[in-house]
Design a protein around this ligand. Structure first.
Ligand code: NAG
Length: 290
């Protein structure tokens, strides 16, 4: 059966959007993870393997890598000097892209030790304007949802560990520890991103669906999940602070359950499951479990 193209594209657009919201904070750390994973597998399995980011073969620099695995956002149509759209050979208009990789300075990434300091590396990745979004088949060559990615990451680490052991290479002399340490950072970045996303979604929902103007939003005390500090909405306190507003009583339950509803939604895995799966993998790697 053939579905009209529009029908196929529209849920896809929605998926991309929800992903963009939640991954803005964690994306750059995930990028560092894939980069280190690539180096780790090459060390264990040999140059020719290219398991991570297979579309960036051979001597793939970080600049090549970021251009291969990440999405850019579409801007305006590119115009020529006469104001006419510039087109490709097959007649498709060309668009501005954000970030425009041709305008970015990739010099800081030439020093590989940069990636051993995830926060410093993340800062540089911000400067080149990474959107937080990956091309969905870019990490391992096939389209994957996050639950599939996590399974694949674990498999790749296991295979590499076995190959390293066979060659008598000490795991301590590889990027194994850095990779392990990145997992809770990514989980915490997802938490921080999730909190920002809940806040944004709640504001939109309150204004558009519940039609509640000028809500006073009460936050809980800051939460520290290294290296991040972030705040979550206190939904009960928020309801109580606005309980005199006309019409709000009808929305009490939805307001108080807003975080739970958010946590259980998501593409593939829910937000809460993504965090849990990252922490599970971290625990396994720390404990040397199979
Ligand atoms: C939602 O998930 C976050 C982790 O991002 C957690 O801190 C919070 O307690 C969860 N809230 C609910 C109501 O499940």
């Amino acid at each position: 059966m053939r579905l009209p193209v529009l029908l196929l594209l529209w849920p896809l657009a929605l998926l991309c959007l929800s992903g963009a919201l939640a991954n803005k904070h964690s994306g750059k750390y995930e990028l560092i993870l894939y980069w280190r994973l690539r180096q780790f597998t090459i060390q264990g399995l040999g140059e020719g393997t290219n398991i991570v980011a297979p579309k960036c073969p051979g001597d793939c620099t970080f600049e090549d890598f970021i251009k291969t695995v990440t999405q850019t956002e579409k801007g305006q149509k590119l115009l020529d000097s006469k104001g006419k759209p510039i087109k490709t050979a097959d007649g498709k208009p060309l668009f501005e892209r954000f970030p425009d990789w041709t305008k970015m300075d990739f010099t800081p990434f030439k020093t590989d030790e940069l990636f051993s300091d995830p926060e410093a590396a993340a800062k540089e990745i911000d400067k080149v304007g990474f959107t937080g979004q990956f091309i969905r088949d870019s990490q391992f060559g096939a389209e994957m949802t996050f639950d599939q990615l996590i399974v694949k990451i674990e498999e790749v680490i296991d295979d590499t560990k076995k190959a390293l052991a066979k060659d008598g290479i000490d795991l301590k002399k590889t990027y194994f520890k850095e990779i392990t340490d990145l997992l809770p950072i990514i989980a915490n970045a997802r938490r921080k991103g999730g909190a920002a996303s809940v806040l944004q979604k709640f504001k939109n929902w309150a204004a558009k669906t519940a039609k509640l103007e000028n809500l006073r939003i009460v936050m809980k005390p800051p939460i520290s999940r290294p290296p991040f500090v972030y705040e979550q909405i206190d939904f009960e306190a928020t309801y109580n602070a606005n309980s005199q507003k006309v019409g709000i009583q009808a929305w009490k339950e939805q307001i108080e359950k807003f975080a739970g509803t958010f946590n259980s939604s998501g593409q593939g895995l829910s937000h809460a499951e993504v965090v849990r799966s990252l922490e599970d993998l971290h625990r396994k790697l720390v404990n040397g479990c199979k």
